[in-house]
Design a protein around this ligand. Structure first.
Ligand code: TYM
Length: 326
């Protein structure tokens, strides 16, 4: 079987963008592929400073993946830092990676554009190298991600090629990104990409009251209640589209066009749709989250499952470079 790999940062509750862009597609691949998914705690450390929250967040993510259907009997969900060799591979890749490549990374460029380039941590600057190591260390074939990770995947391929060329070997396999078109960039409540750093989240496993509040916060224009509205430029409609059946969607479209239908009505319909869809998962999540001993077992068996691939790749790159004894 080919291998599917992806990671997600343990920095608070996952949101609708994470769910649609990565979690759902990744879990759907677990029959066809050997699935390796992980909580990227090393990556989270570029910003996180609270050890308790870090540990809790890894357990939250583990509960999420299990609740959404990851089967720990056939797929791995593990903690990035339980495979410390990724840090070793990060160094080996660093030695063949030009500063120029890393300076082109969106996250670094954005910081540099604000004049803070010299103040960002070295960890953030070399974030793409750690991410390349994450992917390459498992001989990954495909990497299910949202649109915002495409550049990182291109850089990963670049680094793998540089490494192979530098040592004249075929040690690292080139992975491909797998992005699902209709959910490549899920919009947040303000219409921009849904992102923790914009505070525009919808977190579907929150208690219904809070979820409703997030739905009600979606930005809309000021068309009066009685007037017809354009569904195709409306955030509420765009999000509803991702969950509604074709006939439900057509009904809402007609409501928009007909007038007398307010954005409040549409938001309520969206909330009800999300709540109905997610409430079974929410219950399952809460049940799983309460048992940390079990979650830790899942993480450890996940790490064990991926370990043989790690040994293989690390053996190849150590041989190629002459690092370590034979
Ligand atoms: P992270 O934790 O920011 O996001 C996890 C996944 O969610 C996707 N995503 C979205 N998709 C669609 N619409 C959105 N609004 C949206 N917001 C987030 C992201 O594209 C991502 O797939 N660097 C990675 C974590 C990582 C990783 C890896 C991924 C570390 N190592 C190796 C793949 C392979 C990140 O910060 O994801």
């Amino acid at each position: 079987k080919k291998r599917s790999l992806s990671g997600i940062k343990p920095t608070g509750f996952p949101h609708l963008g994470n769910y649609l862009g990565m979690i759902r597609p990744a879990i759907d691949l677990q029959d066809e592929y050997e699935a390796y998914y992980f909580a990227a705690d090393y990556h989270a450390l570029t910003t996180a400073r609270d050890p308790k929250a870090m540990r809790a967040s890894v357990y939250e993510l583990t509960s999420y993946f299990l609740a959404f259907g990851l089967d720990p009997e056939k797929s791995a969900f593990f903690r990035q830092s339980d495979i410390p060799e990724v840090c070793e591979l990060t160094w080996l890749l660093s030695c063949v990676t030009h500063m120029g490549l890393l300076e082109r990374a969106h996250a670094y460029k954005a910081a540099d554009a604000e004049g803070r380039g010299k103040e960002i941590s070295h960890g953030l600057f070399s974030y793409p190298v750690l991410m390349a190591a994450d992917i390459l260390i498992y001989d990954s074939d495909i990497v299910p991600v949202g649109q915002d990770q495409i550049q990182h995947l291109e850089m990963t391929r670049d680094m793998a090629q540089k490494f192979n060329a530098a040592f004249n070997v075929d040690a690292l396999k080139l992975p491909v990104a797998k992005v699902q078109e209709n959910v490549a960039t899920v919009p947040g409540t303000d219409g921009r990409k849904m992102s923790k750093s914009y505070g525009n989240l919808i977190e579907p496993l929150l208690p219904p009251k809070k979820l409703r509040k997030q739905c009600m916060a979606i930005a809309t224009d000021s068309t009066p209640l009685e007037d017809p509205k354009d569904p195709d430029t409306c955030n509420v409609f765009t999000l509803y589209k991702l969950f509604a059946t074709p006939s439900e969607l057509e009904d809402m479209r007609q409501n928009y066009l007909g007038g007398g239908y307010g954005y409040g009505h549409a938001k309520q319909a969206l909330f009800e749709k999300l709540d109905a869809y997610f409430s079974p998962y929410r219950e399952e999540y809460q049940r799983l989250r309460a048992d940390e001993a079990y979650l830790e077992e899942v993480l450890q068996s996940g790490a064990e499952r991926v370990r043989p691939a790690v040994e293989e790749v690390m053996d190849r790159v150590r041989r190629a470079t002459g690092i370590g004894r034979r």
